[in-house]
Design a protein around this ligand. Structure first.
Ligand code: MG
Length: 381
């Protein structure tokens, strides 16, 4: 039996230069990591995804959205420890294992089969490509050497191994985890002979925003915007929750869910920008499933829906219209809460609050309103 380990980050890791977990970025209508998981599943492999602890539900939801069977386990504090966590989660009877970066979406069945054939024949298979640039060693801005580039190769994943052998090497070296930048080098450290296969030119790893733009080739970013508005009545005996944050106050907003008017306005703006209808269509207030539900849960579901359609969030802005209580002290936590739930950088989420100088129903303290604007983008060729 062959297991495929797909690495999507460890504990608390925000990967690369993108500022969010890049493996969740959308490409061709699917999160990046889904592309390799689908391929491994279609080849009959047992798939294990390692992801940051706090993002496990998001990864599970994405797998469910694409009807893919895969285990999702928490990673460690660095790549090495994440691989070790993944290897330890492989089911009994695993003979071969492929270890793959979730941020390399562009692999093919041909490459995977080549790697696996090398594992069968030699015990390992590492995809490599020749190095066409001349490579220098440099120290303090001075060149110290020019290695013969014919002996230099660029390494990719998936890297294939005999399960017992790679697990043993990973257990052996876990005290020096930071000195390894790929899986083959862990086996090399034990003196093993590690075999290569020809890699795939398009199998790039997405590390920076530029890589992500290149992955989308000559496509252009197309922006769309959406607007949302919501109002709920202030009543006694309810908690006041805005942007997922509980605000101490003698009244709270009345409604079927937690009545978080700010998050509801935001959800409507996101749905609007993707032309996916409105909150009432997706989460009917007659449905007992949504009785008392946290609106953050609905927001997470909304973000999955828009990502499934190939949209990414560029920016959201929210204004809460509220005479009392004063909200200024809660705004940083509101932004953090929303950014976390939408898996976007904090800088992409704005929350503001205003009063109406005592005018209207908000001014009289009868209710709280919110207005939201969302800018989304998708790639078009
Ligand atoms: Mg509402």
């Amino acid at each position: 039996m062959t297991a495929a380990l797909v690495l999507c980050g460890g504990s608390g890791s925000r990967m690369g230069g993108i500022g969010i977990n890049k493996t969740l970025l959308s490409w061709k209508g699917k999160p990046l990591f889904i592309h390799s998981v689908s391929l491994f599943v279609s080849l009959g492999m047992t798939v294990i995804v390692t992801a940051p602890e706090q993002e496990l539900p998001r990864f599970r939801a994405a797998l469910e959205a694409f009807s893919l069977q895969a285990a999702v386990v928490p990673g460690g504090s660095d790549r090495y420890l994440s691989v070790l966590c993944g290897l330890r989660s492989c089911p009994e009877g695993t003979e071969n294992v492929l270890i793959h970066d979730g941020a390399r979406p562009n692999i093919t069945a041909g490459l995977v089969e080549k790697v696996l054939a090398s594992v069968m024949e030699h015990g390992s298979g590492i995809p490599v490509l020749p190095c066409y640039d001349t490579v220098k060693t440099v120290s303090d801005s001075v060149i110290t050497g020019t290695p013969d580039r014919r002996t230099l190769f660029r390494v990719q994943t998936p890297q294939g191994f005999k399960f017992r052998e790679i697990l043993r090497s990973y257990e052996n070296h876990r005290d020096h985890s930071l000195s390894f930048t790929d899986d083959a080098s862990v086996l090399e450290a034990d003196g093993a002979k590690v075999f290569t296969v020809e890699g795939l030119p398009g199998n790039t790893k997405i590390t920076t925003r530029e890589d992500y733009a290149l992955l989308n080739g000559n496509s252009v970013r197309c922006y769309s915007s959406g607007i949302g508005q919501d109002t709920h009545r202030l009543v006694e005996g309810r908690d006041l929750i805005l942007c997922g944050v509980r605000i101490p106050f003698e009244k709270g907003l009345d409604g079927h869910s937690d009545a978080d008017a700010a998050t509801h306005a935001l959800i409507d703006s996101l749905l609007g920008a993707a032309a996916l209808g409105d909150i009432g269509q997706h989460f009917p207030d007659k449905d007992p499933a949504y009785l008392g539900v946290s609106s953050l849960k609905l927001l997470g579901h909304t973000v999955s829906l828009i990502r499934e359609k190939g949209f990414e969030i560029s920016h959201t802005d929210l204004t809460i219209i509220c005479q009392r209580p004063k909200l200024a002290a809660f705004i940083p936590e509101m932004r953090r809460t929303l950014a976390e739930r939408m898996a976007v950088p904090l800088a992409s989420v704005s929350v503001k609050a205003t009063t109406t100088e005592g005018l209207g129903y908000e001014g009289r303290g009868e209710g709280i309103s919110a207005l939201a604007v969302a800018a989304l983008y998708h790639w078009e060729s």
